[in-house]
Design a protein. Structure first.
Length: 266
């Protein structure tokens, strides 16, 4: 039988993960170092408000803040709704407006494990040659991008783009300590890639972002992407949603996407 992890141990793990000293955390959370030490060693039981305060100052994700509360003997305070729930109607409407308004450029909504939640029609320019089994729900965007039967053969700078995506995922694993994300990272690291990843990302002359260079049919397209999240979420599901929007990085890509939209071709 597995022994439950105590809240003090969890807090210490998060503090170590964030590379914050006891003194720095105590100062920022406005508590004594002695009291924080007693909490971490189990000599003192923190109040619910203190657990929440420490979780906030350690930038612990909402899902894991609920776990801290449970470990301290309190009920979770952050709800976890289904995206189809009536309470999230405004969220769904906002997401659809963003997706629709971004056309004819691709955009997608992802959950915490990079599964596709929603997308606009323009995303089809990336997925029309992806193997059907990789597009069976739930569609994992990283898997569909980097798998040899996915987008990978058509990504012209695969080594560079792969390193960019794996770097983002690696950072996410560090921030969240999510075992599902760690497993996904291990899986993706095992995918073959003939193009070597750069050891250090050194920008070339005029470079301002890591581009996605993608071949659609006989045309080379170049994109950059932006990532948006909800600014003040109090629901776990909403906090974990990510909207990734792709923009054309040159006039030729802009013209091609507009022509494709006009022809109704994905």
């Amino acid at each position: 039988m597995t022994t439950p992890v105590k809240v003090g141990e969890l807090l210490r793990q998060w503090r170590d993960r964030r590379r914050v000293s006891q003194l720095d955390l105590a100062i920022s959370a406005d508590i004594s170092t002695r009291h924080l030490s007693f909490v971490e060693t189990g000599r003192s039981r923190p109040s619910r408000d203190m657990v929440l305060r420490l979780g906030e100052h350690l930038d612990v994700p909402l899902r894991e803040r609920n776990q801290l509360l449970l470990a301290a003997g309190y009920a979770p305070v952050y709800g976890e709704s289904e995206l189809g729930d009536p309470d999230l109607a405004a969220v769904r409407e906002a997401v659809r407006l963003l997706l629709k308004g971004h056309e004819p450029y691709p955009a997608a909504v992802l959950d915490r494990t990079w599964n596709l939640v929603d997308a606009n029609a323009s995303l089809g320019i990336f997925t029309d040659r992806v193997a059907p089994e990789l597009l069976a729900p739930p569609v994992n965007v990283l898997r569909a991008t980097l798998h040899p039967d996915g987008m990978a053969p058509y990504v012209l700078n695969l080594g560079e783009w792969r390193a960019h995506l794996l770097g983002r995922l690696r950072g996410q694993v560090t921030r969240t300590a999510d075992p599902a994300l760690a497993d996904l990272l291990a899986e993706l690291n095992g995918y073959p890639c003939e193009q070597p990843a750069p050891e250090v990302e050194v920008p070339g002359p005029g470079d301002i972002f890591v581009p996605l260079r993608f071949r659609h049919r006989d045309t080379e397209l170049t994109f950059f992407s932006t990532v948006a999240t909800f600014g003040t979420p109090l629901d776990v599901t909403v906090a974990e949603l990510v909207i990734e929007s792709f923009f054309p990085a040159n006039p030729a890509t802009t013209a091609y996407l507009r022509d494709q939209a006009g022809d109704g071709v994905g």
